[in-house]
Design a protein around this ligand. Structure first.
Ligand code: SF4
Length: 400
């Protein structure tokens, strides 16, 4: 790859507050649940393995950005490069250390556990509050080998957890006595890290066995969550990945935001199934709700934030004016693009007879803020499982 092109890609990632280290190959861990298995929905570049010279370029570019107290630089989750478990790069730990020692910026890192436990915990001691370490535990149980054939062992993961480094650990319900068992185990070695629990959502390219396991886990989420709730662990506990549940828990806010948008009854508003169900149940006929399935991601995906313009295009039937939530065009910090990288301007050009209006209040700031407010295990158990209305909500079907 030409140097100039590579520098442009790195700069684009850096603009989005990424630390774009590349393994130079697809992720060798080969998790069966990996959402990056099929990333054809967005345009990515095959960048070569990051060299020391590349790293110095990255670091110098990042140094040019002013530091902000609430800003963290992300290691993992690139936009224009494929996602991999970056700590697998043999120099990753040295570079993380250099980043922390020579800048005053914060770092957010994701890994399934490819870090040296002693080294990362020492680093966290030396730089308190600067490492946001999200450890993808997934499961410590029986399904681990099957889902993460090349993943680190459960023992390695527990060693990393035994120290100050990990800020949050995510793991899932995959059936009876899975999530609840892991919650107890993790809490025994680390009472300070946040426990992010929930279930994995199958997307269209996930293999049938893994899809079945994810759905089985979802079926048991309620009982697993109740168990964890009863354990009364000292850790902060959150439930995530369930967009229907999040929408239900945030139903009052969703209704209020819709009311604030001052729509007319005949206005057409785009939304995915999670918000559609809330509004149809609690605010019927306030506007025309245009249900848009998450066709790009497919599977059981049901989330307005993850809609693409192509999903919306498939559902338009000659409307002259359509309202779109801002959240679907906020993938990049630099311009209005959806998660597939299509720009709002390109999308609009395909429908010259339709006027698109953007609901500015329905933005990712709001959805992220709300997500953290209401995604505690306590909210799920008390306000969802304990709420008779949630049964009705679950029974609701979506239009064809
Ligand atoms: S480690 Fe992460 S990026 Fe690699 S296969 Fe697993 S989920 Fe995907």
């Amino acid at each position: 790859m030409e140097k100039e092109l590579m520098h442009n890609i790195l700069r684009a990632e850096i603009k989005d507050r990424k630390i774009p280290i590349s393994l130079g190959k697809t992720c060798p861990v080969k998790c069966t649940f990996c959402y990056e298995k099929d990333h054809s929905y967005r345009n990515t570049f095959d960048t070569p393995r990051t060299t020391e010279e590349d790293w110095q370029f990255i670091l110098n570019e990042i140094r040019n950005f002013p530091s902000k107290a609430d800003e963290s630089w992300v290691l993992g989750g690139n936009e224009y490069m494929e996602w991999t478990d970056i700590p697998l790069h043999p120099r990753a730990m040295d570079w993380i250390e250099e980043f922390l020692d020579t800048t005053d910026k914060k770092i957010t890192m994701f890994t399934v556990g490819y870090v040296n436990p002693e080294r990362i915990n020492k680093l966290a001691e030396r730089h308190p509050g600067r490492i946001n370490f999200e450890l993808s535990v997934i499961t410590l149980g029986e399904a681990r080998k099957k889902m993460m054939p090349n993943g680190p062992t459960a023992d390695q993961v527990l060693k990393i957890l035994d120290g100050p480094a990990v800020t949050s650990a995510n793991f899932y319900s995959l059936g009876p006595d899975t999530m609840s068992r892991d919650a107890r185990l993790i809490s025994r070695v680390n009472q300070n890290c946040l426990l992010w629990m929930g279930c994995l959502t199958p997307l269209k390219y996930i293999d049938p066995d893994t899809t079945a396991l994810m759905r089985y886990g979802k079926k048991h989420l309620a009982e697993e969550a109740r168990r964890v709730y009863e354990y009364n662990l000292p850790n902060t506990m959150m439930i995530h990945t369930e967009s229907d549940i999040t929408s239900f828990l945030n139903r009052k806010k969703i209704i209020k935001v819709l009311d604030d948008c001052e729509l007319e009854k005949n206005d057409t508003v785009v939304m995915a199934g999670n918000v559609y169900k809330v509004l149809t149940m609690l605010r019927p006929n306030r506007a025309k709700y245009l249900y848009v399935p998450n066709d790009t991601l497919g599977g059981d995906s049901n989330c307005t934030t993850l809609l693409t313009f192509s999903d919306v295009a498939k559902r338009l039937t000659g409307q002259s004016r359509v309202y779109l939530p801002k959240v679907i065009m906020e993938k990049s910090a630099n311009d209005e693009r959806d998660i597939a990288g299509e720009s709002f301007d390109d999308f609009k050009a395909k429908f010259p007879r339709c006027t698109f209006k953007v609901l500015q209040k329905v933005n990712s700031n709001l959805s992220n803020r709300k997500l953290y407010e209401k995604w505690f295990l306590k909210n799920y158990v008390e306000d969802y499982l304990g709420n008779p209305l949630s049964k009705k909500f679950e029974m609701m079907s979506l239009p064809n």
